[in-house]
Ligand binder design. Sequence first.
Ligand code: SAH
Length: 463
Amino acid sequence: MPLTLGGAVSQTDLGYLLHKNPSRIHSFEMPFGMARVFQIDAPANQSAVALLLDVDPVELVRGRGEKSSSSFSLRQYVNDRPYAATSFLSVALARVFGTAMSGRSKERQELADSPREFSAAIVAAPCRGGVDFAKRLFEPLGYHVEAERHPLDEQFPEWGEGPYYTLRLSGRLRLRELLAHLYVLIPVLDAEKHYWVGESEVEKLLRKGEGWLAKHPEKDAIAHRYLARQYSLARVALSRLEDDGAEPLDELSQPNTESGIERPLKLWEQRIESVLSMLKSLNAVTILDLGCGEGKLIKALMPDRAFQSILGMDVSSRALERAADRLRLDQLATSQRERVRLIQGSLLYRDKRLEGFDAATVIEVIEHLDTARLAAFERVVFEQARPRHVIITTPNIEYNVCFETLPPGVFRHDDHRFEWTRDEFRSWAEGVARRYGYSSRLLAVGLEDPVVGPPTQMGVFTS
Ligand code: SAH
């Protein structure tokens, strides 16, 4: 799956802009195969390079490590990933042309800063949504778009046309803009990301989309598809795009491009990531983790100094002991001891210690409470503790059919007293919000199934 980049600049200049000596073949080892960059022929007064990816399908599956044999499926081996221009290509672009994408050029900064005629050809782009969609993505950014559809099989034209196109884009812009557009929009064309999409992807999207995404007419579709239909993340991204005063992203906190690759996260990790990104987007700095269990969320919050005070509460002393171990609370510096505390208590009784926090999180806890006690829980949290924001996650029972090993009619955990459908959760959340003067939003956590929805549902309440 090649990508070619060309421009009305000399081969030497293109080499400087891309930070690649044009006379060499450059090879990069990627977690999923090899990426190679080399010079190709171009019309007079122009120059071009190709980026070629060799994706190793077996390595792809091996990299997944944790897959159990029961989840083996032929689809893992037989898929279009090795051939199609997909998010692999984006990852390779960022790796291979990272400096060019940042717009820095040691020798040709002026050239890097000035718009020129550039073009790109994406070969075997799987345009889900058709050519029209591809045009709606690229034309508002000033490109002329040509698309050529590939037959399903070159040798058997009678089989008809396949889902792949060669897209040729040309326009007058800066090279770094072209690279950022390709980085974001190639996976959008494909709409099937090869690695789990976490909070860090929101940052990447916002960073690479800086200067153009906020005013793009298709920004909703781009955010949803780039974030692989994780609506909760897409909403976070969109709300931050709309926030004019958004602070610049801190380079140091940027995850490196390779880190998320090929490590499918477990559901609990996805939950923690979603809650963490929500807390960040709410600008909450004092956090109450109710039913903190063994401290998974607290562990994720601790390294981020923006969280000034973290109080974990649980009814179980055993869970709290494990949390203290896991968080190594006894080894913390004195200043940190004040910052992170664990207390024993019950969510069913009023507790003064819970008052005055920016946000409370209640992750996978309410389903452990008897329905008859939910009213007491509501008063403790929403009336008495009354944090500015409350984030609650709970299973979506509709999704249980997707767990191969879970027999019908059985809850996900022995101690669950109930599991709710999306409608049940919504009506409870709306009722709580109405009774206690909060607004409520419902979000999805984990990849959504088109019919039964996401594995976990999340309610975000704000007073
Ligand atoms: N939030 C954690 C733990 C979820 S398990 C996580 O996401 O990993 C549910 C937790 O709720 C258990 O640790 C259990 O001890 C706690 N819990 C159950 N009933 C409670 C109550 N009435 N008050 C406080 N915690 C409770």
